[in-house]
Structures are given as structure tokens and as C-alpha cells.
Design a binder for this molecule. Structure first.
Ligand code: GDP
Ligand code: MG
Length: 740
């Protein structure tokens, strides 16, 4: 029955899972809570929060899956979220999942959890992998040295899961406070911490939130967030002054004696602590000689200076092939489905605004987005394989040096590729993929430049213009454009990083996690999570935008008198051919053509009369500098809602009425034969489409990910200005040189 410790426990125990990325947190979390989970967000940030329930020994245990972090500094949102959660919610047990095959690296976080005085239980995961590599961890000894409960675990197979839960519940019920395990940071720091902690305790600064010694250590470490919190909490200017003095005198001292910073010294000692723990016989190598692990052997080839990039290109090309080959059929089915829906709705509804809204606005607009879902799903699936197997980290590793010179990070590559860096991606998941970047400035620079890639929706526009104006060397042209998009992205990133996003790269060691065979379940889960994100974000924005665009291209409608004039023209044609109203079905071809022409004319007049038409006209004076007329302007404005809309709007604006994707030849012909269009204006338009404002779905994601609408507005304004200047320059130069 309930012992004394159990009796004083509440019925509900809260535990949190903390650990490095890829340590197996989510796997353990799923094992613990099964379907009993809930996904939300941490307040005010974009980091996902997973909560779930399970029960043990008659108690309800609520489990939170914290974001994966290597550290508890304040460099990334994940770190801040994890740290704040642990400090504010004070879970009764913190299950720290540690990858036994990478013990040293993982224990760095453990060290920081212990510094915080948290009730830690160590779940020693992946002992299967460790064993394969000839590593055996002495569980009992590790527990003794750290002073915490340690449980061996193979989360993937579910071995040890109950035991972890049991240990967490036992820790939660343990009335003795967690053994604090002071790590020494060297004489100077230890003394400074002790002194400052005394002051913190005496003045009760943030008492109850942070342990005084931890707060003192963080202040000395120069943790920005903690400094802010202290500044907010302390009213007494003299106390603040004392604190600042302690911090700066220590920094000066360390700089003079060790030529180092408090932050670096603290990190060094943490590593030292971890190394000493591991060296005390905790880790036993089963084989004597330092084996070359399978991962290392693979890496010798895969990250080879010459072979590496070749293999990378081959793999990326394979991913691309896979995505487009496999998604071809489902894309066609979806397209056919939406066509059928549009036709059926068209047949069922009477002619008028309602039908036009439903068919042209909603079904076509939303269909355009859903049509991309299969491509995106296959792309995500392929990327999940690369990611879960550990290959993606190698790509980032190889590209890191190149990208650093542009103020980006190796991990930026992935965002670029997902956004269409090879051709045909989507910036929405590309923007989401920047989450893997830990440095805020590099992340922002990636976030803002990743929409420059040629996404799947820009591709048809580029293809159309290329096939109309650059009939020779199409493939070369495509390759050229891809290179331009990368060059543009890298140069703009460089520009941003030396102006508004100025700052040193955040210190961050690139990790090469061991290769692993991905599980199907994990792949499907990752694919689904990302597809769901895409649908949620893109779907709602596109629906609203499609309706808005439809309305601006429809209203105000032509005055009745003008409509009458067109009706009369039609009647005149019929009368001339001697046909009455009744016989409409059997019109001779010549008459039918003539009537279609009049209809098209009416369509154009109506478009010019609409809001979109007027704005397009108004902008024409400016856009002429780049070689665009008012019709193109309308299409480009529509393209801000979604790049898919550019083609369909151009089609409508060039009076081709019902234009579907299969028949782009006539539009290409129409453009070629239109006055004002030539190779130079076409190329100028291509450049503009590549670089101007991201689509609204992307802007929405940029706002969400950056946490401020200002960055969304910046992306729209800056990119459009950049694109305009570029296309203007190219058009003017091209025309001057007589290339048109
Ligand atoms: P998280 O980033 O900490 O949430 O890590 P995940 O739970 O997503 O796990 C990362 C990868 O490690 C997945 O492919 C898991 O299937 C795999 N994994 C998790 N636990 C184990 C384990 O005990 N043994 C092995 N071999 N793989 C594991
Ligand atoms: Mg996870």
C-alpha cells in the first residue's frame, strides 16, 4: 500500500523529457503515452509542445516532450523554451534521455540540468547502438558518480520504458531534495559565483525562480536573457551596479589571465567534468583498439573532398527524380478531380457571380494548392529519409565552409533545397526547415533568402517564358536560372548579414550524428507532420487570397451600357450570318470564332474596368521600365497570393479564357505575338518572378517563424524592390544593346 512518501504525493505527477536532438525523446514519449497525446505550442513561440498522459502504480503521470537541445544557454528558441519550462514548471522529475553511443556529448546537457538542481533521472538510451560499436556503459557506476537514478533503455524496441517510468515516479516521490552537484569552474569563477550568489540570495533576486548559484553563474556567463530578467526584477540601482561590476571585473580578470571569456571557461569546465565522469570507468570499450565505427568508415567516403559533393549531387538528383516520378500520377488524379469538381459545380449553378466565385475563385485557387500536395509529400518523405538516416547533417557539414563566407550556415542548404534549390520545391516548408538553425541571425538570413529559390509554382511560369522566347537551349537556360537564384540568395544573405543582421556567427559545433536505418513509422510520421503544416498554412491563406483576387478581377463589373454594346455586336454577327437566337447550338465555325473573339474582347474590357485592371494600369508607368504591361502587372499581383496564379491570370488577361495547364502553347504563342514582348522583356520578367515578394503562404510562415509581422513586410517590400531594380537594369541594358 501507499508508503509515507507515496501518501504525501499528489495523485498526478508531472515529468518532462529532456535531451539532445535525436537522442530518442519522441520515441520514448510515444512509447509512454501512446495515442494519449496532445500537440500545441509553447506560449508566444513557434516551438512545438507535446504533452501526454500515462499511468503508473495508480498515479496519473503527465509527460512533456521538451524541445531537443544540446545546451541550456540562450542561443536558440528551443533552449530558452526548454530552460524556462524546467525552471517555471519545476516538474517533479526530469527524464534526461542520453544517447549511450555518444555519452560525452550528451552528458554536457546533463551537467547543466544538474546545475539547475533539478530532480534528474537518466534514461540511458540506444544501448543497442553503443553495444554494436563496442561500448558498454556501467550503469551503476554512472548513477553513483552523478548521484541520480540511471536506467538503461532501448526506446525503439520499448525495452526499459516501464523501468524509466518507475524511476521517474520514484524520483518524484523522493522527499529528499535532489543532490546538488556543484561543478567547479576553476578558482576564479567559483569564487566569483560564490560571492555573487551571496548577494543574489541576500537581496532575494528572482528567489523561487532560480537557485542563487545558478543565477550567479548565468550572470557571469553573460546570459542575455538572465541579465534582462534581473534588470526587470531589481529596482535598486545600486544592486544592479554591484552585479554589473562583478561581471565586468571577472571578465576583465579572465581576459587578462587566461585570454578567455567566462562563457568559454565555464564551457571548458563542463566538458572537463563530463570527460572525467566518462573516464572514471563508466564507459568500457569492449574491444581494445579504437575501432573505426561503421559511421566513420562511411563518412570517409561520403564527406570526402572530391567524392562527397559528387555523391551529394547524385543523391539530390535521385531525390528529385523520385519525387517527380512518383508524384506524377497522384498530381494528375488530383488535377482531374478538381477539374471535375469545377465542371460539376459550373453545371449545377446558374450563370452569375456565385458560380464564377465558386468555380474560378475557390475551386481553381484551392485546387492549385492541393494539386501540389503529392509532390510535397514525396519530397518530404525523401527528405525524411535523408534526415533520419543522418545524411542531411553531412550535407550541411560539407556546405558549411562555403556558406559561412556568405554569413549563412551549413544547415541553410537544406532550406534552400527544400524551397526549390534544385528546382521545384516550396518555400513554405523551406522556411519551416530553418528551425534546425540554432543561430538567430543566420536563421533570419536563411529565412529571408530561401524564397529566392525556384519553387514548384514558379517553374511553370519560367517554363512558359523559356519555351516561348528561348527555344534553343532550354535545359541550359533552366540551369542558368537555377544558378542565378543561388547567386542571388547568397549575395543578398551576405548583404543582410553585413547590414541589418550584422553579427558574428554563433559559436556552434557541427555535429555528425551516427548513421541510422530510419524506421518506416518515423518516416511516415515526419512526412505527415510536415504535410499537415503545409496544408494548414497554405490552405487557409490561399482560400482567402483566391477569393480576394477573384473579386478584384471581377468588380466593378462593366457598366450596363457597355455590356449591351457587346451583346449587340454578337447579335449583329449572328444576324449577318442569317441566324436567329434559337439556333445557337449549330453555329458555323466562322461565326463561332467571331463570337469567341467578341467574348474575349468583352472579357478584356471587363478586366481593365475592374479594380485589378485599374491598379495594373496605374502601375504601368513604373513597370514599363522593366518591360511589363498592365496585364502582366495583374498577373504579378495575383502571384503575390500564390505563384500558381501568375499563369492562370496571364491566360485570362491575354483573353484566352479557359486555359488549362496542358495547353500552355497557345499562351506562349499569344505572348510571342503580342507587341511589347521580346526576349529581353521575357528575361526581365523571369528575373522579376524569381526574386520578387514571396507568396502569402510563405510570408505567413516568415511572420510565424520570425515572431514579427515586420519581417514578413520586409520580405515583401525588400524582395520586390530588389527584383524590380534587377529586372529594370536587365531590361534597360538589353534594350540599349538592341537584344530585344
Ligand atoms: P528525438 O529527436 O530525441 O525526439 O529523437 P527520436 O525519438 O525522433 O529518435 C531519433 C532516431 O533514433 C529515430 O530514428 C529512432 O527510431 C531512433 N531511436 C530511438 N531510440 C532508439 C534506440 O534505443 N535504439 C536505436 N537503434 N534507435 C533508436
Ligand atoms: Mg523529437
Amino acid at each position: 500500500m501507499a508508503d509515507s512518501a507515496g501518501a504525501r504525493n499528489p495523485e498526478r505527477i508531472e515529468i518532462a523529457l529532456a535531451g539532445n536532438p535525436n537522442a530518442g525523446k519522441t520515441t520514448l514519449f510515444n512509447r509512454l503515452t501512446g495515442a494519449n497525446q496532445h500537440v500545441g505550442n509553447y506560449p508566444g513561440v513557434t516551438v512545438e509542445k507535446k504533452e501526454g498522459l500515462c499511468s503508473f502504480d495508480g498515479v496519473t503521470v503527465s509527460v512533456v516532450d521538451l524541445p531537443g537541445t544540446y545546451s541550456l544557454t540562450a542561443y536558440s528558441e528551443e533552449e530558452v523554451v526548454a530552460r524556462d519550462y524546467l525552471v517555471r514548471n519545476r516538474p517533479q522529475a526530469v527524464v534526461n534521455i542520453v544517447d549511450a553511443s555518444n555519452l560525452e556529448r550528451n552528458l554536457y546537457l546533463t551537467c547543466q540540468l544538474l546545475e539547475l538542481g533539478l530532480p534528474v533521472v537518466l534514461a540511458l538510451n540506444m544501448i543497442d547502438v553503443a553495444r554494436d560499436r563496442g561500448i558498454e556503459v556501467n550503469v551503476e557506476k554512472l548513477g553513483r558518480i552523478l548521484g541520480v537514478r540511471v536506467v538503461p533503455l532501448v526506446a525503439r524496441r520499448g525495452e526499459g520504458v516501464r523501468e524509466v517510468l518507475a524511476a521517474a515516479v520514484a524520483e518524484a516521490r523522493d522527499p529528499s531534495p535532489p543532490r546538488s552537484r556543484p561543478v567547479s569552474y576553476g578558482d576564479d569563477l567559483d569564487r566569483a559565483i560564490l560571492n555573487l550568489a551571496g548577494l543574489v540570495e541576500e537581496k532575494g533576486i528572482l528567489a523561487g525562480t532560480y537557485p542563487p548559484a545558478w543565477l550567479a553563474m548565468k550572470l557571469l556567463e553573460g546570459d542575455k536573457r538572465v541579465h534582462e530578467q534581473v534588470r526587470d526584477a531589481v529596482r535598486d540601482a545600486a544592486v544592479l551596479e554591484t552585479i554589473e561590476q562583478a561581471v565586468s571585473s571577472l571578465a576583465a580578470h579572465l581576459s587578462a589571465t587566461l585570454d578567455s571569456t567566462p562563457e568559454a571557461v565555464i564551457a571548458d569546465h563542463r566538458y572537463g567534468f563530463v570527460r572525467s565522469v566518462v573516464r572514471q570507468g563508466v564507459m568500457v570499450r569492449l574491444s581494445d583498439e579504437d575501432r573505426i565505427y561503421a559511421s566513420d568508415r562511411i563518412d570517409r567516403v561520403v564527406t570526402h573532398r572530391v567524392a562527397g559533393p559528387v555523391i551529394m549531387l547524385a543523391i539530390l538528383f535521385a531525390l528529385y527524380q523520385f519525387t517527380f516520378t512518383w508524384s506524377e500520377a497522384p498530381v494528375a488524379w488530383l488535377g482531374a478531380g478538381f477539374d471535375w469538381l469545377a465542371e460539376t459545380a459550373g453545371d449545377l449553378l446558374p450563370d452569375g457571380h456565385l458560380r464564377s466565385l465558386l468555380v474560378s475563385g475557390i475551386i481553381r485557387g484551392v485546387g492549385g494548392v492541393f494539386g501540389f500536395v503529392p509532390i510535397i509529400m514525396f519530397m518530404f518523405f525523401g527528405i525524411a529519409i535523408l534526415e533520419d538516416s543522418g545524411y542531411l547533417a553531412r550535407v550541411a557539414f560539407m556546405m558549411d565552409r562555403v556558406f559561412r563566407t556568405f554569413g549563412l550556415h551549413g544547415s541553410s542548404v537544406m532550406s534552400f533545397i527544400i524551397s526549390g534549390g534544385i528546382a521545384g520545391g516550396c518555400a513554405v516548408p523551406g522556411v519551416l526547415a530553418t528551425r534546425t538553425l540554432r543561430s538567430p541571425r543566420e536563421r533570419m538570413a536563411t529565412l529571408l533568402t530561401t524564397p529566392f529559390m525556384n519553387c514548384g509554382a514558379k517553374m511553370p511560369v519560367l517554363a512558359l517564358l523559356i519555351s516561348a522566347f528561348f527555344t534553343t537551349g532550354k535545359a541550359r537556360m533552366m540551369l542558368f536560372l537555377t544558378m542565378i537564384s543561388w547567386a542571388g540568395a547568397l549575395l543578398v544573405a551576405r548583404l543582410l548579414r553585413s547590414t541589418i543582421l550584422k553579427g558574428l556567427p554563433t559559436p556552434f559545433v557541427m555535429e555528425l550524428p551516427p548513421y541510422r536505418v530510419p524506421t518506416l513509422r518515423g518516416l511516415l510520421l515526419h512526412t505527415w507532420e510536415r504535410t499537415r503544416d503545409y496544408l494548414r498554412k497554405a490552405g487557409s491563406v490561399i482560400l482567402a487570397a483566391s477569393i480576394l483576387i477573384w473579386a478584384t478581377m471581377t468588380f466593378p463589373s462593366l457598366p450596363a451600357a457597355e455590356k449591351m454594346a457587346f451583346a449587340e455586336k454578337r447579335q449583329a454577327v449572328m444576324a449577318a450570318a442569317g441566324i436567329g437566337d434559337a439556333a445557337q447550338e449549330a453555329l458555323p465555325a466562322a461565326v463561332r470564332e467571331e463570337i469567341a473573339r467578341i467574348n474575349a474582347e468583352e472579357g478584356e474590357a471587363a478586366l481593365e474596368y475592374s479594380i485589378a485592371g485599374r491598379v495594373g494600369r496605374a502601375l504601368e508607368r513604373l513597370s514599363r521600365l522593366s518591360g511589363f504591361d498592365w496585364r502582366t502587372n495583374i498577373a504579378l499581383m495575383g502571384g503575390v497570393a500564390a505563384k500558381e496564379i501568375i499563369i492562370s491570370t496571364l491566360g485570362t488577361a491575354y483573353s484566352l479564357g479557359e486555359l488549362n495547364a496542358g495547353e500552355d502553347q497557345p499562351l506562349a504563342e499569344a505572348l510571342k505575338n503580342s507587341p511589347g514582348w521580346n526576349r529581353v522583356s521575357a528575361f526581365s520578367l523571369i528575373l522579376f518572378v524569381m526574386f520578387y515578394s514571396p507568396c502569402l503562404a510563405t510570408v505567413a510562415c516568415i511572420i510565424r517563424e520570425s515572431g514579427s509581422w515586420r519581417w514578413g513586410a520586409f520580405a515583401m517590400g525588400f524582395n520586390t524592390l530588389f527584383a524590380f531594380l534587377l529586372s529594370c537594369l536587365v531590361y534597360q541594358a538589353g534594350m540599349f544593346l538592341g537584344l530585344g
